[in-house]
Design a protein around this ligand. Structure first.
Ligand code: FVH
Length: 288
């Protein structure tokens, strides 16, 4: 059993603390606003009077607060306590924020692991929860068993920004899926078809289309979008034009798909209409 400190008792911090307590660990908690630890204290948590006091109680501290300005203010306030400790920051932020925090924490003599939580609070400790980590490899190796109690732990490398990069990329994929769902459902909703009824058709279609992604990924990696083309971009641009025309005719907003049609037109207009739709990637990837 380990001593662990948790900073931040929002929805996620509460779930992380509850899981560690359930596993039998000694958990010290601190939250900016007092009064949020009651249920956790009843389960055995100890409440510290400051972030520095919480950090001093344990070899490893898990921080999960709103954003990086919040986590930076905690680190500033508790700077003197960090030397020789490990800080695992599960706060959502950008790769640049994670890298800057890693540098700052290193100057304070602490090991730093950044993390991206791919789970909601009720999922913590369950089989579908995943947390991505990057930063100090020795810290990850030392605490991996403990961290695995929260969620499957996937270590991505020593660059502290990698967990955030992957986290935000996965969330981008999720929002693309949600955007497709919203647009498709609005289209059928315009004729009174319920979202729940339509979802049966849509989800099996989307699952089938997931099968296209390995082929697109291969073309993106090779830069060869003109090989093994089954459904070329020119055809798909015409099809997307139809979708948007029908969308307008049905009185539905086209906002979610307009930018995609712009990219299709641009790529086809540049002479790549016979190539695969994966070529659109060349318009959005980082140049140089
Ligand atoms: N909840 C979720 O579904 C997602 C799942 C994926 C990961 N996210 C990220 O986790 C971070 C915390 O999210 P949360 O759900 O716990 O958020 P809240 O319930 O709103 O709690 C926020 C806590 O942050 C504390 N806090 C805010 N500002 C400060 C500050 N300047 N200094 C210190 N602490 C601060 C706040 O304290 P208080 O308002 O009670 O005093 C809460 O403890 C987040 O990055 C998600 O993106 C969650």
């Amino acid at each position: 059993m380990a001593n662990i400190s948790i900073i931040g008792l929002g929805a996620m911090g509460q779930a992380l603390t509850a899981r560690f307590l359930q596993q039998g660990h000694t958990v010290t908690v601190w939250n900016r606003t007092p009064g949020k630890a009651g249920a956790l204290i009843a389960k055995g948590a100890r409440e510290a009077g400051s972030a520095a006091e919480a950090i001093a109680e344990s070899e490893v501290t898990v921080m999960c607060v709103l954003d990086y300005p919040a986590s930076t203010s905690v680190i500033d306030a508790a700077a003197s306590a960090l030397s020789g400790r490990a800080l695992v920051n599960l706060t959502n932020g950008t790769p640049a924020q994670a890298r800057a925090t890693a540098e700052r924490v290193a100057t304070l003599g602490a090991a730093y692991l950044d993390g991206g939580i791919m789970a909601t609070p009720p999922m913590i400790g369950g089989e579908h929860a995943l947390i991505l980590y990057s930063g100090s490899k020795p810290a990850f190796d030392a605490h991996a068993t403990l961290l695995e109690e929260l969620a499957a732990a996937n270590y991505l490398g020593t660059d502290a920004g990698l967990a955030s990069l992957h986290d935000l990329a996965l969330l981008s994929g999720m929002y693309g899926l949600f955007a497709g769902f919203f647009h498709a459902t609005a289209l059928v909703d315009s004729e009174g078809i319920s979202a729940c009824d339509f979802l049966k058709l849509l989800s099996s279609w989307m699952t089938a289309m997931m099968g296209e992604l390995p082929g697109y990924a291969t073309k993106i990696d090779s830069g060869k979008h003109g090989v093994n083309v089954v459904s070329n971009l020119g055809m798909q641009a015409a099809s997307l034009e139809n979708i948007l025309t029908a969308t307008r005719e049905q009185g539905v907003a086209t906002d979610l798909l307009d930018p995609l049609l712009e990219l299709f037109r641009k790529r086809a207009g540049a002479g790549f209409g016979d190539e695969d739709i994966s070529g659109v990637f060349e318009l959005i990837r980082r140049k140089g």
